[in-house]
Design a protein around this ligand. Structure first.
Ligand SMILES: [Zn+2]
Length: 332
């Protein structure tokens, strides 16, 4: 009898202190990841579905179905998207590599489907939030985040808050010009960083050098098929001592470093966090970037600057989106 009443008391206490959770969704061009994140940034449940299999409306419906089946006390939803977004209106301007999202009011639509407050932001802003809260940027107030992949994105944290700019689209480090009269860029600009260090353009530089007669073990690794060259193959060649691959990474680091000299002089950050596929190349890239900043940035600005790899990897999008929801709800 005593035991039973203790159990009832224990049960009701448990439901009274039921923890708060946030949903983080990371919609990429290929996959969409969804996670339930607790108040300490820990993912307690996650799922992944293919973005490409659905239209945008179908995708939101599918995600809502997953969430509506959860038995968690969910306070809100954050969504990171691979394109510029207006966090205030909960609207996606467009997706970089998926059609059908233009000017979609994603937050309002998702709230209708789930009854949960929903917030939307660009994926690199979301990654910057994650790294600031629980990753490489913990304990820093002024942080620049850079992601290197098919696109090159940036996130800026100033005095502990994300800087979004007038139209919520600040942070486009990938579209800082690094070459006067350089190649045309998809953004409408010219000579942008992304046009030299985005995945396909790293490959393009390697192919140009090979076509100009340079010898490289890259060609052996792809059995002579240039269309199979990827940044990963270039890295593989670098690791077996290939000189051309080494040159590609040094050039890549220089382009990135030059853009970051401007960023360091402009924002005076404490730390630069770099993530994304080619960040895995490691020392050669990070050392080249750091050396360029140390050579060229202004004296006081560069004194204590650190350039370090991102820590959260693949789950940064989920954790950061959940943190976006938490921050927006707490600041209401
Ligand atoms: Zn551009």
């Amino acid at each position: 009898m005593v035991l039973l009443s203790f159990d009832i008391w224990h049960l009701s206490l448990n439901s009274m202190v039921k923890k708060d959770y946030f949903i983080g969704i990371d919609i990429g061009a290929t996959n969409t990841k969804l996670g339930v994140v607790d108040d300490n940034g820990k993912i307690v449940n996650q799922d992944v579905i293919s973005t490409k299999e659905y239209t945008p409306d179908e995708l939101l419906l599918e995600l809502a179905d997953i969430i509506n089946d959860f038995d968690f006390k969910i306070k809100g939803v954050g969504i990171g998207v691979a394109g510029p977004a207006n966090v205030k209106e909960g609207k996606v301007y467009y997706f970089v590599n998926s059609p059908g999202w233009d000017n979609m009011e994603v937050a309002a639509k998702f709230k209708l489907l789930t009854k949960l407050d929903t917030y939307v932001d660009n994926d690199v802003n979301v990654m910057a939030l994650a790294e600031h809260c629980y990753g490489a940027g913990v304990n820093y107030r002024n942080i620049i985040c850079l992601t290197l992949g098919s696109g090159v994105g940036g996130g800026i944290i100033l005095d502990n808050s994300l800087y979004r700019g007038n139209d919520f689209v600040a942070g486009e480090i990938g579209h800082i010009p690094v070459v006067p009269e350089g190649y045309d860029c998809r953004c409408g600009g010219r000579g942008c960083l992304e046009r030299y260090v985005g995945n396909e353009f790293i490959v393009e530089r390697a192919i140009n050098k090979i076509e100009n007669g340079r010898q490289s073990s890259i060609m052996g690794l792809v059995r002579g098929d240039k269309s199979k060259i990827t940044p990963r193959i270039i890295d593989e060649a670098y690791r077996i001592g290939d000189k051309l691959a080494e040159e590609i990474w040094i050039e890549t680091g220089k382009f990135i470093g030059i853009a970051l000299v401007g960023v360091v002089n402009l924002f005076n950050p404490e730390i630069i966090i770099i993530g994304g596929g080619i960040a895995k190349t490691g020392d050669i890239l990070f050392n080249t970037i750091y050396d360029i900043i140390k050579q060229r940035a202004m004296e006081i600005h560069k004194r204590s600057i650190k350039v370090i790899p991102a820590k959260l990897g693949e789950v940064a999008g989920i954790i950061g989106a959940a943190m976006l929801a938490r921050q927006r709800i707490e600041s209401r």
